[in-house]
Design a protein around this ligand. Sequence first.
Ligand code: NAP
Ligand code: MG
Length: 405
Amino acid sequence: MEKIRMTTPLVEMDGDEMTRILWKMIKDQLLLPYIDLKTEYYDLGLMKRDETDDRITVEAANAALKYGVAVKCATITPNADRVKEYGLKEMWKSPNGTIRAIMDGTVFRSPIIVDGIEPAVRSWKKPITIARHAYGDVYRNAEIVIPGRGTAELVYTAEDGTVTREPIHTFEGSGIIQGWHNTDSSISSFAHSCFEYALDAKQDLWFATKDTISKKYDARFREIFDTVYHDEYEEKFKEAGIVYFYTLIDDVVARVMKSEGGFIWACKNYDGDVMSDMLSSAFGSLAMMTSVLVNPDGKYEFEAAHGTVQKHYYRHLNGEKTSTNSVATIYAWTGALRKRGQLDGIDALVHFADALERSVIRTIEEGEMTGDLALITTKKDITRLDSEGFILAVRKRLEEELNGI
Ligand code: NAP
Ligand code: MG
């Protein structure tokens, strides 16, 4: 078979520990034999970040903006232990945080569904994707513990000195208060990312807040979503045959539990934090979750939702075989290759990504899986494979899939 040619490079962001080992295996076994892989390579491994005073992360994020599609390996976010372990000059910031700040995006996470790893909710047949607004609200709050009697107010001082006040509460005794904020521009970016993603996935978009109670704050989210929808997306949604649906957060939770899945659920920051953990555990495993950062101009960064699997890496360094699940990392690659193929009009690349995903699903459904899934599967007579064994088992199916095309 002739290798598939690419025109525009993918921005490749390498990472750390066990996922870095998987990264190389995936490239060697599942990509390089079939694709004339074009990437612009950035090593975001911790040593390289330290060596470049973290400039490499900024360069990688800017390259993602330039080329439009990136694929990222999990990376260490250093803490005090890591500073010692790697002898770092500084406790560098989270690469994901840096990339998110530069690309200004929303993170979309969806479960990878396979037969034999059953969702805890019986009605769920298709994946539910969570789109989490990643700015503001309780994550950028100001709080005061109120010691006793007194009056609390919200105060806004405009640039010209005009003051607006809103009473919060007159305390008769001790208590607590908290102030939140968000910005129109961040909410608007969030809305654009969600509408773009829904069009791309050809799935309905659900959004919910508590605007019956929060008549200004949550109502602002609803208004901005409405405006962006009517001004820019209504026609496109009609053409694509998909729906934008707004309701209350408690109503949406009830609907999600009774649904079949197959839609995108846009969540305010806190709702997204809580609901994505519920969703991923109800669907099975963090290693069976795709994760993609989408910016409002439609630039993409694909990654795995899990970390660098540090414990497995230390076992690997000890010469032990590990059984680390590479599915989320393989899907980061297929997501990026498919997107690159679509943008550049290279059908072979899109078909290859589809074939590789089918091979992964078949491998697991035919009973060959890594230890994390072996523990939770409802299948009998399964084979528990080590990290490399699983990738080779996928390769066997990939050969079949590609020969069948
Ligand atoms: P982790 O890498 O997600 O792993 C936590 C545990 O979850 C593992 O010990 C393992 O459980 C299980 N697990 C996660 N992914 C797995 C996989 N692919 N296959 C099999 N089991 C898997 O989290 P962590 O160990 O707390 O964090 C390690 C490093 O990752 C940290 O330095 C953190 O900063 C970084 N991190 C990076 C990202 C990112 O770049 N996106 C995200 C989160 C964390 P068992 O040990 O029970 O097998
Ligand atoms: Mg959380």
